[in-house]
Design a binder for this molecule. Structure first.
Ligand code: 5RP
Length: 215
């Protein structure tokens, strides 16, 4: 199991410590939500923030772009040390070209599906990607309730991957805790993103360990 604590719920006043704590606990990815107040209502940070985090950790920097015109940021994010670049199917007219651009930059391309998007809409794109991010909340904010109807999409993606000999990871994000995470793993998820379940609790390291133990 791969675990990706989401910085969105971390304490920014002690971010370095929070990052060290989850890395020491065994988290393999650090999930970074870039939000522009336009694609989603919330605002967070940009490529400069990724540059500052890069030397602080060996975890893969798993960047989820909730921004309009993501193509404008990809090159800078790659140069600043991003490992995985997730872009949405929704709102990106030229999503195929965007995924090609990410692959060309040497990063792992990741396709995001909002809760309202069906797997059948994206099958043409799956041979291009290293990861599919299944959103189990509507994007924008941490601490929302898990949308269980998205579990079927993980099963469909896992079946499609096997049938077509593809090798993308299935990542899930939104309302993940030990109970919902277990259901995701059973449905085929490989990577669990968790914000409030990790950083919103007294002992983030113990929370990471609980997710890592799921199988
Ligand atoms: O993309 C996101 C929200 O749009 C997040 O990654 C968010 O941090 C998830 O938080 P939580 O685990 O508390 O639901």
């Amino acid at each position: 199991m791969l675990v990706a604590p989401s910085v969105l719920s971390a304490n920014f006043m002690q971010l370095g410590q929070d990052i060290q704590m989850v890395e020491a606990a065994g988290a393999q990815y650090l999930h970074l939500d870039l939000m522009d107040g336009h694609f989603v209502q919330n605002l967070t940070f940009g490529p400069e923030f990724i540059k500052q985090i890069r030397p602080e950790t060996k975890m893969k920097l798993d960047c989820h772009l909730m921004v309009s015109n993501p193509d404008q940021y990809l090159e800078q994010l790659a140069a600043n040390g991003a490992d995985i670049l997730s872009v949405h199917f929704e709102g990106n007219d030229h999503i195929h070209a965007l995924l090609q651009q990410i692959n060309g930059l040497g990063c792992a391309s990741s396709l995001v599906l909002n809760p309202g998007t069906a797997v059948a809409s994206v099958t043409e794109l799956l041979p291009l990607v290293k990861q599919v991010l299944v959103m189990t909340v509507n994007p924008g904010f941490g601490g929302q309730q898990f949308i269980a109807s998205c579990l079927g999409k993980m099963e469909q993606l896992a079946a499609y991957r096997q049938e077509h000999g593809l090798d993308f990871n299935i990542e899930v994000d939104g309302g993940v805790n030990s109970e919902t995470g277990q259901r995701c793993v059973a449905a085929g998820a490989d990577v669990l993103v968790a914000g409030s379940y990790v950083f919103g609790q007294a002992d983030p390291a113990a929370q990471v360990a609980r997710l890592l133990a799921l199988h």
